[in-house]
Design a protein around this ligand. Structure first.
Ligand code: GRG
Length: 345
């Protein structure tokens, strides 16, 4: 709609080039992330060539590596806060790797559940090799992540990241259900959003803080930053499903409506256009529902409202991380909230 804030196209990540004092989060984390995908592929020890091909399929450097980047910056910010400037613990880097592995395993399973045929501009594993093998590949990646996690040898960290897997499954399950009452529906949506997307970021941030500092307050700061950024990230994802082209996303747009899902923009639009209620309840399953719902969303200020909500979560993330001692990495995490809000893919 006309009064939407601009969603800029940002190439990794030109946004900061005008300000020489700030280093963009991606280049700041880049050194620590070198060889991340090679290291992940080394974890995926499979002698069977076909299974190996499936497991390696998404570790091709085409993902944004958003989670490992946050984890590295959080680790270094917590290290400075704990008077351990200049170091990155090997276990902290492992968490960055494990977060990307859990993320990828969940994508592989998600594509089976949604019967998706494209992701990141290429055919999905289920499309190329079939559903059964896709499920097994996802399981295998998850098992390799679990082993890497066990190798760190910290039972608290194992438990923090195991919570993520529970949340991913529960979040996916919540997405299969719907709520009749409008308030409940919004609460349900935000809880699902936390579980499906934010829990991984929040708990990975918490894990790297635990590895360097025993103060629960620091763990809470790391967790709350990740939780708030994670929810904002998913809200923007839900906006992009309406505003970005299929080509840019590497998957069809309006995919959520087609899957029967009412995300932020639709839920806000429903307050303005109650006609949407019946469509939401039947999960956009009648002929023409997807197009009609799409039109209502574009006529409404649902996208704008969702964007405001994402901004609110980013402000809270900034508030939390500001409680850490100043560091380049802490400031990059603050800047990163801008990238979350302005990303276009
Ligand atoms: C096997 C661990 C496991 C879980 C099973 C299927 C499932 C339960 C959970 C699905 C979780 C899921 C797919 C959440 C979506 C999160 C999300 C925003 C994905 C897109 O993330 P980007 O944009 O993707 O960072 P790239 O491609 O850049 O990595």
């Amino acid at each position: 709609t006309a009064n939407l804030p601009p969603i800029y196209s940002i190439s990794k990540m030109a946004l900061f080039q005008h300000d020489t004092k700030l280093k963009d989060p991606f280049s700041l984390a880049q050194k620590d992330l070198q060889n991340l995908y090679e290291d992940i592929k080394k974890q995926l020890l499979v002698s069977k060539a076909e299974l190996k091909a499936l497991c390696d399929y998404y570790f091709d450097g085409k993902g944004k590596a958003f989670r490992p980047m946050i984890v590295i910056l959080m680790a270094r910010a917590c290290n400075v806060h704990s008077n351990k400037e200049g170091v990155l613990l090997p276990a902290q880097r492992s968490i960055a790797m494990i977060s990307e592995m859990i993320h990828t395993a969940s994508l592989v399973h998600d594509d089976v559940i949604d019967d998706s045929d494209t992701r990141r501009g290429k055919n999905t594993i289920n499309q190329v090799w079939g559903e059964r093998k896709a499920i097994l590949a996802g399981d295998f990646i998850l098992s390799a992540a679990s082993m890497a996690l066990a190798r760190i040898g910290n039972t608290t960290v194992v438990s923090v990241l195991s919570q993520v897997i529970e949340d991913l499954v529960r979040g996916e399950f919540m997405q299969l259900g719907s709520k009749e009452n409008e308030n409940e529906r919004f609460k349900h949506y935000l809880e699902k959003t936390f579980k499906k997307t934010a829990s991984l970021i929040a708990n990975s941030c918490k894990a790297v803080s635990i590895l360097v500092n025993s103060d629960p307050e620091v763990h809470e700061i790391a967790y709350q930053y990740g939780r708030n950024v994670g929810i904002a990230f998913q809200l923007v994802d839900d906006i992009l499903d309406f505003t970005s082209s299929a080509k840019r996303l590497g998957k069809p747009s309006a995919a959520d409506l087609r899957l029967g899902l009412a995300t932020g923009p639709v839920l806000f639009a429903c307050q303005q256009f109650p006609e949407l209620h019946a469509m939401i309840m039947r999960r956009f399953s009648s002929d023409g529902d997807v197009d009609r719902a799409w039109q209502y969303v574009l006529k409404s200020d649902g996208v704008e409202q969702t964007n405001y909500l994402a901004q609110h979560y980013c402000q809270e993330a900034i508030h939390q991380i500001s409680r850490l001692r100043p560091s380049t990495e802490r400031d990059a995490l603050i800047q990163l909230t801008e990238l979350v809000l302005r990303r276009d893919k």
